[in-house]
Design a protein around this ligand. Structure first.
Ligand code: TYD
Ligand code: MG
Length: 453
C-alpha cells in the first residue's frame, strides 16, 4: 500500500509553508491565510501565459529600450521620485491613507500624460462619475485623450483597454477590482494578490504603464498580501498630516532609480503643487520657546529638510508609563530612553514620554537619535535648549555620538538658514568645523547635555 500523501499548507499572503493549517501566520502576522497547496489559486509569479517568456534580448537592446520608453509626467517632483519619468510597461503602486490625495495626484498625472498626446484610462471603483467629474473640473482637466471607466471586473477592463489602447492606466484602487475566476470578494487577500498579478502581466504584455492605488492599514502598510510590494516595480507612498496641507511623496522601492528621492507638495484648491525649496516648511514661527523642542536637519532624498522634534515628559500616574511616538520608530524611542537613563543621568523610567515630529513626517534617518534624546532630556529637566539650535547624530548604546552621512551638507544648510549652534559628532569631523564658532562638536550624550542644559 502506498503511503498516504501528506498535505502541505501555505500562507497565501507571504508564501510560508506549514505541515498543518494555522490561524495566524508566524511569518507575516496575517490571520486565516493558510490553505492546502492544492486548493491555492496558483503561484502568483506564474505568468498568465508562457508565450511572452520565450523571448531573449541582449543587454544593449534592453538599455536602449529603457531610454526610449520614459514618459515625463510634467510634475517635476514625481518624475524625480520615479527616477526620470514613467517607465513604459511598469507597474507603480501608490499607497497612502484615505483622503491624503492619491486620486488627485493620479488625475494630475493623467492630465500631464494626455497633454503629451498620449491616451490614458482611469478606472475608478471608488468613486462615482459625478465625483470624478467634479475633481476633474477642479483640477481643470479637459482632454479628449482621457477615458474613464467604472468597471471593476478585470477581464472586462482588459477588453476596454484593448479598444482604447492607452499608454497608461490607473486602477483606483486595488481593493475594489476583482477577477471572476478567483474565489472571494474584492479586497480579500487572494483577490488582491491575483488582481495585482494579472495587472502586472497585462502591463508587461501590452506595454502599458499601470498605476495601482493601494489603501494603507493602521500600521501604515499597504493593505493586502505583503508580497504585493515585491511584485510591482515601484512603490510610492504619499504621506502627511491631514490637518496640514503639506504632502510628501517618497519612493520605498524603485526598480528604475533611486529610492531616496522625495517630493514635497502642497494641497491647494486646485490640486497638488510642488514646493521647490521645502527646507524650512515644517518650521513654524513661535511666540514662546518651551523646553523639549529642537530642530533636526533630516536628509530626505538628496537635500536636508529641517524638522522640529517635540518631546514632552510628564510624571506618570500609571504603573507602566506611557511611551507614544509619532513620526519615529517606537523601538528606537525605547532604546533612546534606555541610553538617557543609563548613560546620561536622565531619569525617565517613571515618566510618560510623548514624542512628535511636526508635519506628520515619518523619520527613517538614524541621525535623529541625538536631537530626540536632547529634546527628551530638555523636557525632563524643564530647561530649554538654544532656540535656534540644531542637532544630528546617531547614538551608540554607550551614549557615544556617532557621525552620520552628509554631515557637511547638513551643517551648511543649518548655517545658511541661520541656525546655531549645530550640535554634531566630534568623530571624524573636518578641522574646519571642529573650530567653528557656530558648531558644537561632542563625543557623547552627557557631554552635549552638560554644555547645553
Ligand atoms: P483624494 O485625492 O480624493 O484622496 P485619496 O484618493 O488619497 O483618498 O483627495 C482628498 C482630499 O483632497 C479631499 O479632502 C479634498 C482635497 N482636495 C483639495 O484640497 N484640492 C483639490 O484640488 C482636490 C482635487 C482635492
Ligand atoms: Mg481616492
Amino acid at each position: 500500500m502506498s503511503p498516504k500523501k501528506k498535505e502541505i499548507f501555505h500562507c497565501i499572503s507571504c508564501g510560508a509553508t506549514s505541515p498543518k493549517t494555522l490561524g495566524k501566520c508566524p511569518e507575516c502576522g496575517q490571520w486565516n491565510t493558510y490553505v492546502p497547496i492544492s486548493q491555492d489559486p496558483g503561484d502568483p509569479r506564474q505568468p498568465i501565459s508562457s508565450t511572452d517568456t520565450a523571448t531573449f534580448f541582449t543587454l544593449e537592446n534592453l538599455q536602449n529600450h529603457e531610454k526610449r520608453q520614459r514618459i515625463p509626467t510634467q510634475i517635476e517632483a514625481l518624475d524625480r521620485v520615479l527616477g526620470g519619468g514613467i517607465v513604459q510597461g511598469s507597474v507603480v503602486l501608490i499607497g497612502g491613507e484615505p483622503g491624503i490625495g492619491k486620486s488627485t495626484l493620479l488625475l494630475q498625472v493623467a492630465h500631464a500624460v494626455c497633454q503629451a498626446g498620449l491616451k490614458m484610462l482611469y478606472a475608478s471603483g471608488e468613486e462615482s462619475p459625478p465625483q470624478i467629474g467634479l475633481r476633474a473640473e477642479r483640477l481643470k482637466v479637459e482632454t479628449p485623450l482621457l477615458f474613464l471607466s467604472f468597471e471593476t471586473e478585470l477581464e472586462s477592463l482588459r477588453q476596454i483597454m484593448q479598444q482604447i489602447e492607452p499608454s497608461c492606466m490607473v486602477i483606483d484602487s486595488i481593493q475594489t477590482v476583482y477577477r471572476s475566476e478567483v474565489p472571494g470578494s474584492a479586497g480579500s487577500i487572494p483577490q488582491v494578490r491575483e488582481s495585482t498579478n494579472y495587472l502586472i502581466q497585462l502591463a508587461k504584455r501590452t506595454h502599458t504603464t499601470i498605476f495601482i492605488v493601494g489603501h494603507v492599514t493602521k500600521e501604515g502598510q499597504i493593505a493586502g498580501p505583503k508580497f504585493l510590494e515585491h511584485l510591482v516595480d515601484v512603490v510610492l507612498y504619499l504621506e502627511g498630516d491631514k490637518n496640514s496641507s503639506i504632502r510628501l511623496l517618497r519612493s520605498q522601492k524603485n526598480r528604475f532609480g533611486e529610492t531616496q528621492e522625495l517630493g514635497v507638495f502642497q494641497m491647494t484648491f486646485d490640486g497638488l503643487r510642488e514646493i521647490s525649496d521645502p527646507s524650512e516648511i515644517f518650521i513654524q514661527e513661535k511666540t514662546q520657546h518651551v523646553p523639549g523642542t529642537l530642530i533636526f536637519p533630516s536628509m530626505e532624498g538628496f537635500r536636508p529638510l529641517l524638522l522640529e522634534i517635540q518631546a514632552l515628559a510628564a510624571p506618570s500616574f500609571i504603573p507602566v508609563p506611557r511611551r507614544i511616538a509619532a513620526g519615529i520608530d517606537f523601538n528606537r524611542l525605547l532604546m533612546l530612553l534606555a541610553i538617557l537613563e543609563k548613560r546620561a543621568q536622565t531619569p525617565v523610567a517613571s515618566m510618560d514620554i510623548f514624542l512628535n515630529v511636526t508635519g506628520g513626517v515619518k523619520i527613517t534617518d538614524p541621525a535623529c537619535d541625538l536631537p530626540i534624546a536632547l529634546a527628551i532630556a530638555s523636557s525632563v529637566r524643564e530647561k530649554t535648549l538654544p532656540e535656534r539650535g540644531i542637532a544630528f547624530g546617531e547614538l551608540g548604546l554607550s551614549g557615544e555620538v556617532r557621525p552620520v552621512a552628509n554631515t557637511e551638507r547638513r551643517i551648511r544648510e543649518a548655517l545658511r538658514r541661520n541656525f546655531s549652534p549645530v550640535i554634531v559628532s566630534k568623530i571624524s569631523l573636518e578641522k574646519e568645523w571642529q573650530n567653528h564658532e557656530k558648531v558644537l562638536a561632542v563625543e557623547n550624550l552627557s557631554e552635549a547635555l552638560s554644555v547645553l542644559l
